[in-house]
Design a protein around this ligand. Structure first.
Ligand SMILES: [Mn+2]
Length: 225
């Protein structure tokens, strides 16, 4: 199961229905891939920020003791290893991660790894540095409160102009025959060997591997009843 861009707590309450379903199925072979931006704002080395999102943090911590969970960090949620000791956490610097569906190579990343300007690269590295996050601590409440308020008002579901052009640029970083799976763009589109996962908030769908293909499934069809 691939779940992307939930942006909790401002959006994405549906994820609790999904976690209920996964727990009730009690299938130890289930693999859950959290593809980043599951939280609207969450990072490690900071206690205050966890308070906004503790219901989901606790549910994921609990579920991670029962099934295999992989967490591909996003641009809204990072430095998470200390928060989720039983989850396989992959920071941006380790992405893309190579997996296999049968014999087919599959590369997973959140979606902000390639085809970004240098300024974004520098900004991302500073922001994800434990030292910077610790330095920010004396101002944490003001900064975090302000950021949370902005994020609450942000419209996160919109069309990405010239999305295909951007996808083609990303594809140049990968082997031609490989499957690429990313979140981040909230599109829910398949373009040749590139899969832009649906956002749980915008399309209300998740990705599921069925017959060795990724299918987009409406969350309501899974959790209904
Ligand atoms: Mn993102």
């Amino acid at each position: 199961m691939f779940v992307a861009d939930v942006h909790y707590p401002h959006h994405g309450e549906e994820i609790f229905d999904l976690l209920d379903l996964i727990e009730s199925q009690n299938n130890p072979d289930r693999q859950l891939f959290l593809m980043g931006d599951i939280f609207d704002l969450l990072f490690g080395y900071n206690h205050y920020i966890q308070g906004f999102s503790s219901p989901l943090i606790q549910r994921l911590q609990k579920l991670s003791r029962e099934i295999e969970i992989h967490y591909i960090e996003g641009n809204h949620d990072f430095c998470l290893k200390e928060l989720f000791p039983h989850i396989q956490v992959y920071p941006r610097s380790k992405q893309p991660i190579k997996f296999k569906i049968q014999e087919h190579n599959v590369y997973l990343s959140h979606g902000d790894r390639y085809a970004r300007p240098l300024s974004y690269e520098i900004y991302s590295r500073i922001l994800r540095n434990p030292f910077s996050l610790t330095l920010l601590r004396p101002f944490e409440r003001t900064i975090i409160d302000h950021r949370m308020q902005k994020l609450q008002q942000k419209k996160i579901c919109s069309d990405f102009e010239s999305f295909e052009t951007h996808v083609h640029e990303i594809r140049t970083y990968y082997p031609k025959e490989a499957l690429i799976i990313e979140g981040h763009f909230h599109q829910g589109k398949k373009i040749q060997n590139y899969i832009s996962l649906p956002s749980l908030v915008c399309q209300k769908q998740i990705g599921i591997v069925k017959r060795n293909q990724i299918e987009f499934i409406p969350i309501a069809s899974l959790t209904r009843g």
